[in-house]
Design a protein. Structure first.
Length: 450
């Protein structure tokens, strides 16, 4: 105690108030020191974390029901329209049920991770998708190719996509495509969805009629809620008709199945290179056009590179090819997702989240979508895309001097032309570029006033 008094001298007047200092005084000093240290750490944490908290708060403030519904509708259209082709591609390679489930798991996680990450990173709705033309090509072109060789070809295709993304070659090529042609191509791609929405009245007059009536009425008084309420009206009508096939639902989690890749020249030539060409020409070209037609101008190269890197990582589990979405992206980027284009990126996040769930459920997830009649899905997609079709057409023909090339692009794309295994969207752009050169390129030796 004597040592303690020597270390902590106390004034005599204070001694009468607090008594003998010793251990109590030392405890007070230590407590005060610890409290000050904790207060400093807390203040430092607040200074460090407050910008992050403000960022998270600003992101959450942008969240809206309409964006979530737009993401769900996009998933509904994407999955019901092309999942069966992916199953057929896997079966063409002799995949087991477990491997088919692994394919859906890998693709769902790939689409979900890239859509969520890129949408939040760039604050625009970036929706990715599997290559539907690529899957269709696999159904007919993998004869004599083993699963291991196909996995090796998928990895080579993904590596090529990474290269064109990292080098910027693809972005430079797309920068030369006039905006009017991109808008015309988008309108041509989406036209059949609008036509099929009304054609489905032939087989489901009541269901589709209720959905169209709901769309028009809600569009008149609360346009932001048009598509969500059309979805609700469709589900209620289907349930009232007794066509909601709930008994067909069943759930099971998918598990990853790793397949060791095998690289062969034959599989690279017959699978990897055609898959790369089809994915870039039929998927990424219209995907970029959709992004730019919606008024967004992100750097394209990182988007392409990340889709390639994700495909490369998940190819051994069945992630055969990943690319920018086109048709479903138009749903997420349209005005029905949110009136403010700066807040539509949540549709991409919603889309990605739903796809992660679909991937985890694997192949059995088709039972969820089998509850809904095909006409309901078709009508929902067409009504959700009306605004995008109209704005794309208006943008395509706004410039009277460039109207003919844009119309040629629109007509070729809408025709559904297929040449050399490449879809009409690519050939529409090619036709428009050729028309632009022929009609508007300056002729040598001809004066401007001739």
């Amino acid at each position: 105690m004597h040592h303690a008094r020597g270390m902590y001298p106390v004034d005599p007047t204070a001694r009468s108030i607090i008594g003998e200092p010793g251990r109590v005084q030392r405890g007070c000093v230590c407590a005060a020191t610890c409290a000050a240290a904790r207060l400093w750490r807390f203040a430092t944490a607040i200074r460090i974390r407050s910008p992050e908290r403000r960022l998270v708060a600003s992101r959450l403030n942008d969240l809206s029901v309409s964006a979530i519904v737009a993401g769900f509708v996009a998933v509904l259209v994407a999955f019901t329209g092309s999942a069966v082709i992916v199953f057929q591609a896997a079966q063409a390679l002799g995949a087991t049920d477990a491997q088919i489930g692994s394919w859906m798991l890998a693709l769902g996680l790939a689409i979900g991770a890239t859509s969520i990450t890129l949408s939040l990173r760039y604050r625009i709705p970036v929706l990715t998708a599997w290559s539907t033309p690529g899957a269709a090509m696999l159904v007919t072109s993998v004869k004599g190719v083993t699963m291991s060789q196909a996995i090796g070809a998928f990895m080579v295709c993904a590596a090529l996509i990474v290269i064109v993304g990292a080098t910027g070659w693809f972005e430079k090529a797309m920068a030369r495509v006039p905006h009017t042609l991109g808008a015309a191509m988008l309108a041509g791609v989406l036209l059949r969805f609008g036509l099929e929405a009304f054609a489905s009245l032939e087989t489901q007059l009541l269901l589709v009629g209720v959905m169209i009536a709901t769309y028009l009425v809600v569009r008149r008084f609360a346009s932001r809620w048009a598509v969500p309420l059309v979805l609700v009206a469709g589900m209620v009508t289907v349930a009232a008709q007794g066509h909601l096939r709930v008994a067909e639902m069943h759930f099971a989690l998918a598990r990853p199945v790793f397949v060791m890749p095998e690289f062969s020249l034959a599989s690279i030539v017959s699978v990897a290179i055609p898959l790369f060409i089809v994915t870039m020409a039929s998927q990424n070209v219209p995907g970029v056009a959709v992004i730019r037609a919606a008024g967004y101008e992100p750097r394209i190269s990182p988007l392409i590179m990340w889709t390639g890197m994700t495909s490369l990582a998940l190819a051994p589990f069945g992630g055969f090819s990943l690319n920018l979405a086109a048709i479903v992206a138009a749903i997420g980027m349209g005005p029905d997702a949110h009136p403010d284009p700066a807040k539509r990126y949540w549709s991409g996040v919603s889309f990605g989240g739903f796809f992660v769930l679909l991937g985890l459920l694997g192949a059995t997830v088709t039972s969820i979508f089998s509850m809904f009649p095909t006409e309901m899905v078709v009508a929902l997609a067409g009504l959700a895309l009306i605004g995008t079709i109209g704005s794309s057409l208006a943008s395509a023909i706004r410039d009277e001097g460039r109207r003919e090339p844009a119309l040629i692009t629109f007509l070729v794309t809408a025709s559904g032309l297929q040449l050399l295994g490449i879809g009409a969207a690519f050939w529409g752009i090619v036709a428009g570029l050729v028309a632009s050169i022929v009609l508007h390129a300056p002729l040598r030796g001809v004066s401007a006033g001739a």
